[in-house]
Write a protein that binds this ligand. Structure first.
Ligand SMILES: [Cu+2]
Length: 140
């Protein structure tokens, strides 16, 4: 009986060893190591790290002036980013980033977008971007 179980025990030990090997992965790329150019002065490296939050609010216009606050953010995949301000005065448009979840918004005072895929996504105010009214969302 004992002898018959020996091959099974050995197989299990090998499987356990393989499983532990499979769990290792390469070092994570540092924030901002996206290989791309800065977006509106933002890089992943200078972005505000909000990866512990599942939803983030970016304010613009009003008390924030011709700015998005916070302008450069780093969030985890699946995070909802809500823009709050007057879109009629500050129409929002996506810029950089393929699959950018931001859609053109020119009315209302709040719009929320889910950032599912890792990447670097830019946006701007159509009226004031020349004055630096733009920002970026890094997802990692
Ligand atoms: Cu504006």
């Amino acid at each position: 009986m004992t002898l018959r179980l020996m091959p099974l025990v050995g197989a299990l030990a090998i499987l356990a060893a393989l499983a532990s090997c499979g769990s290792s992965s390469g070092p994570a790329a540092p924030p901002g190591d996206d290989g791309g150019a800065a977006i509106c002065g933002c890089t992943g490296a200078n972005a505000e790290d909000l990866t512990t939050q599942t939803s983030v609010t970016v304010n613009f216009g009003g008390a924030s002036g011709l700015n998005y606050v916070p302008k450069c953010i780093l969030v985890a995949p699946g995070t909802q980013v809500s823009f709050e301000g007057d879109f009629a005065t500050h129409p929002l448009s996506p810029t950089e980033g393929s699959g950018n979840p931001i859609t053109h918004t020119a009315s209302g005072t709040t719009a929320a977008f889910i950032f599912s895929a890792p990447g670097a996504y830019g946006y701007r105010c159509d009226v004031h971007f020349a004055s630096g009214m733009c920002g970026a969302v890094y997802v990692q």
